[in-house]
Design a protein around this ligand. Structure first.
Ligand SMILES: C[S@@+](CC[C@H](N)C(=O)[O-])C[C@H]1O[C@@H](n2cnc3c(N)ncnc32)[C@H](O)[C@@H]1O
Ligand SMILES: Nc1nc2[nH]cc(C(=O)O)c2c(=O)[nH]1
Ligand code: SF4
Ligand SMILES: [Mg+2]
Length: 217
């Protein structure tokens, strides 16, 4: 059984694949926050911009089998009149690695989808995921030490020195590195910090949450 908060066609808004057509499958639940506002202050991850509780979002629901969910993802892809080429699904959440499994990966590969995930990096990635984006969270243990993309949200309470952290991640095996300004009341200030750091440390590029700017999901 898979519990999906929402399932929708859009463009990937962030990171190395920004602008690319994708189906977003947002799984319910996260291991670093319950998703309830009353628990936010005590959570490991306190800055989340997403509602991932339950299965009541657009296209959400409970899917009994991998094949039922894969069929639905295929239907959502086709709903935009996209053909069978360049099929791309992004699993996010919540934390998608609480639910994504080999059965679902295999069912989507059989339909020609490339599979991406947005993960907090605390759970092992199953074999077969085609694009892994890790976004580490202060106060959690990062165990995904190798990935296609790191997307670090800054600044995070609990990070002693951002530059020390960046230097550590620069030595690790991430093929693309992005800084993303934390959205919220200090977004403009956080963006200025991210711009300064990208200029000073050119191994990092700026990731802007483009979907929020242009008003798509
Ligand atoms: C909602 S999370 C879901 C996937 C996974 N749990 C994770 O944290 O990577 C999707 C992406 O949004 C980022 N994000 C969450 N809250 C944000 C905020 N307030 N500002 C900027 N990025 C944020 C996360 O760091 C992650 O890269
Ligand atoms: N368009 C769009 N791009 C995204 N990239 C990462 C997202 C996420 O919430 O994981 C996201 C999202 O929610 N929408
Ligand atoms: S780990 Fe990801 S989904 Fe979970 S609370 Fe943090 S940003 Fe939100
Ligand atoms: Mg988002």
């Amino acid at each position: 059984m898979y519990t999906v908060k929402e399932l929708f066609p859009t463009l990937q808004g962030e990171g190395a694949h920004a602008g690319r057509a994708a189906v977003f499958c947002r799984f319910s639940g996260c291991n670093l926050w319950s998703g309830r506002e009353e628990d936010r202050a005590a959570a490991v991850c306190q800055f989340c911009d997403t509602d991932f509780v339950g299965s009541d979002g657009a296209g959400g629901g409970k899917f009994e089998t991998a094949s039922l969910l894969a069929d639905t993802i295929e239907d959502v892809w086709s709903s935009t009149s996209a053909g069978p080429q360049q099929r791309y699904v992004v699993f996010t959440g919540g934390e998608p690695l609480l639910q994504l499994d080999t059965a679902l990966i295999d069912a989507l590969h059989a339909k020609g989808f490339a599979i991406a995930i947005e993960t907090n990096g605390t759970i092992k990635v199953p074999k077969g995921v085609d694009w892994v984006c890790v976004s580490p969270k202060a106060g959690s243990e990062l165990i995904v030490l190798q990935a296609d993309e790191m997307k670090l949200v800054i600044p995070q309470a609990g990070h002693a020195s951002i530059e020390t952290l960046l230097a550590r991640f620069e030595k690790m095996d991430y093929r693309n590195r992005f800084l993303q300004a934390m959205d919220g009341p200090n977004l403009q200030e956080n963006l200025a910090l991210a711009v300064r750091l990208c200029q000073k440390r050119p191994l990092w590029r700026l990731s802007v949450q483009t979907h929020k700017i242009i008003g798509i999901r």
